[in-house]
Design a protein around this ligand. Structure first.
Ligand code: DGP
Ligand code: NA
Ligand code: NA
Length: 210
């Protein structure tokens, strides 16, 4: 049948959960198994908006909190034409962070409601699968020091972890929780199985909207 699309698979989690490593490995293995697959990540720091975000995260500049929230969202929206084009051409996208990072991180700041934080991302392509790499803030801290970027403190990461738990209550999304304290290989095989299943399920379905 014509028009079989790829799946939109998102990896989420607090910093140090192993998302980037797992995302790369998942793309490699899907390709080996004959599924066209590509990686994508947010923030995408190479665009003009992404450079503003990068400088903010590296603490080289300060931005007002609402403003930076909207920039992160804009950084996702600017990739939407590419996301749709890839999915429609049959490529499965493995995305390292998406709108849920946006909501979990900004709503961990003072005076930001989940409701307000969600609005700018309403209408983005809806992931077919959201893999939450779950690691306790304590176990994440044991993986070595956080870096020096903004948000990389254990107090903030604990708040982020709680916010993700609230986001996972949304049953309109296909959240799967993976115990990220397992070995790299165990985590990989869990997410590979879920991904192969969703590629089969998503291929004849329209792309949804957040
Ligand atoms: P990474 O490149 O995956 O290490 O992400 C950079 C940092 O930015 C990380 O601490 C998570 C945070 N982040 C990712 N997306 C968003 C977002 O949309 N909004 C906010 N406020 N922070 C985000
Ligand atoms: Na980081
Ligand atoms: Na990462």
């Amino acid at each position: 049948m014509a028009g079989r699309r790829g799946a939109l698979i998102v990896l989420e989690g607090a910093d140090r959960a192993g998302k980037s490593t797992q995302a790369k490995r998942l793309v490699e293995v899907l390709k080996e198994r004959g599924y066209p697959a590509e990686g994508m990540r947010f923030p995408e720091r190479t665009t003009e908006i992404g450079r503003l975000i990068g400088s903010y995260l590296e603490k080289k500049s300060n931005l007002e909190d609402h403003t930076v929230h909207l920039l992160f969202s804009a950084n996702r929206w600017e990739q939407v034409p590419l996301i749709k084009e890839k999915l429609r051409s049959g490529v499965t996208l493995v995305v390292d962070r998406y709108a849920f990072s946006g909501v979990a991180f900004t709503s961990s700041k003072k005076n930001f409601s989940l409701h307000w934080c969600k609005q700018p991302d309403v209408g983005l392509p809806k992931p077919d699968l959201v893999l939450f790499l779950d690691i306790s803030p304590e176990a994440a801290a044991k993986r070595g020091d956080f870096g020096n970027e903004r948000y990389e403190t254990s107090a903030f990461q604990q708040k982020v972890h709680k916010r993700y738990a609230e986001l996972m209550e949304d049953r309109s999304l296909n959240w799967k929780v993976i115990d990220a304290a397992q070995t790299m290989e165990e985590v990989h095989s869990a997410i590979r199985q879920l991904s192969e299943d969703i590629i089969q399920e998503a291929k004849d379905q329209p792309i949804g909207k957040l």
